[in-house]
Design a binder for this molecule. Structure first.
Ligand SMILES: Nc1nc2c(ncn2[C@@H]2O[C@H](COP(=O)(O)OP(=O)(O)OP(=O)(O)O)[C@@H](O)[C@H]2O)c(=O)[nH]1
Ligand SMILES: [Mg+2]
Ligand SMILES: [Zn+2]
Length: 334
């Protein structure tokens, strides 16, 4: 029997199947193989007996996608939720989330919540001016007054949609407004910091209809670009993909180089979006420095012997390999 993992709780995997939600445990071979099972995975089950709602989880099917933070498999769409107010709209966070979606090859939808408490409609115009050129869908909502919800519902059809965004922006409240029976716990903002208090603690897939799921996630904001090279960051900004002619410099970072072909595009980009791009590039530069230091260290681990470069083995490893060599001789003798 096949099903989809909707929730993981200690050693139990809750799987949505044609007969309902089945509680399952990993078969020991999967544990031995240290095979990971994530929320969103399609899995094969073997029921304990014919009508049992308990089963062993036998295998994990090939994933279409995997999002690393939080770890969820087979997501087809991400709705990035920001609050227009309370907490203050944060364009840097938004650009970080967008770039992460592009990195994972998953199209984002930009949702701006709490439209009921904005001081002026000008903020919405600003948002439209800043992001309409990206082509990503933009929706304004109020989970509290249930506005914009009907615009979100058709987007969910046949998708596995993940809601992400900082704590307190209203992700769980939005899901409660979309689904009648979700009853997700909703938090408040800290009086001191005016930030969310991390109410949602785990990921769970909620059934929207037969082929559609929605996933609430814990709010977080520490997405850094310390795993990519500086030249890879531009691929995460749709603005740099739009022009056919690429920059005349190979590996140009489009960061003010003389004669960079993107200067016109850059001048048309919202200021904060370009400065966020440069910020991510500088994070990637730190990563580049870190890995180049490691490779210099590795290079010094070679010795030159009659014009041949030989890898030096550390004493620890050498002793270990001597030991296993001796053990192998002993084994053979036995
Ligand atoms: N005025 C207003 N308040 C809202 C709206 N949506 C959510 N809130 C409030 O914002 C606070 C946080 O809402 P949650 O739904 O818990 O936010 P969350 O994004 O799920 O937060 P975490 O689970 O911590 O990541 C609560 O006090 C909600 O009542 C809205 O559209 N308008
Ligand atoms: Mg929540
Ligand atoms: Zn350039």
């Amino acid at each position: 029997m096949l099903g989809r993992v909707i929730k993981i709780f200690s050693d139990f995997y809750y799987v949505e199947t044609e007969i309902g939600i089945v509680e399952s445990k990993l078969r020991s071979i999967l544990k031995k193989q240290k095979k990971d099972v994530f929320v969103g995975d399609i899995v094969e089950l073997e029921q304990l007996d014919k009508n049992s709602m308990q089963a062993f989880l036998l295998d994990v099917k090939k994933r279409l996608s995997i999002i690393s933070r939080p770890k969820v498999a087979n997501i087809t769409q991400v709705i990035i939720v920001s609050a227009l107010k309370e907490p203050e709209l944060n364009f840097e966070q938004l650009d970080r989330f967008i770039a992460h979606c592009v990195y994972h090859n998953i199209p984002p939808v930009l949702c701006f919540n709490k439209e009921d408490i904005i001081d002026s409609e000008l903020l919405k115009d600003k948002v439209i001016n800043m992001y309409s050129h990206t082509g990503y869908k933009i929706v304004f909502t109020s989970a509290l007054q249930k506005t914009g919800i009907e615009e979100i519902k058709p987007l969910l059809k046949n998708n596995i949609t993940m809601l992400c965004g900082s704590s307190g922006v209203g992700k769980s409240s939005l899901i409660n407004a979309i689904l009648n029976n979700a009853n997700l716990k909703v938090g408040h903002l800290s009086e001191k910091t005016q930030k969310g208090v991390h109410t949602t603690r785990h990921c769970e897939l909620l059934l929207v209809d037969k082929n559609s799921f929605i996933v609430d996630t814990p709010g977080f904001s520490q997405l850094k670009f310390d795993f990519l090279l500086p030249s890879e960051i531009k691929n995460l900004f749709v603005e740099f993909k739009k022009v056919d002619a690429s920059c005349k410099y190979k590996n140009c970072l489009h960061s003010g180089e003389d004669g960079c072909s993107y200067s016109k595009i850059i001048s048309q980009m919202p200021e904060s979006r370009y400065s966020n791009y440069l910020k991510f590039v500088s994070e990637a530069k730190l990563y580049e420095q870190k890995i180049s230091k490691v490779s210099i260290k590795k290079e010094s681990n070679v010795k030159h012997n009659q014009n041949k470069v030989m890898t030096k083995i550390s004493n620890k490893k050498r002793n270990k390999s001597r030991k296993t060599f001796k053990q192998n001789i002993l084994k053979e003798e036995i």
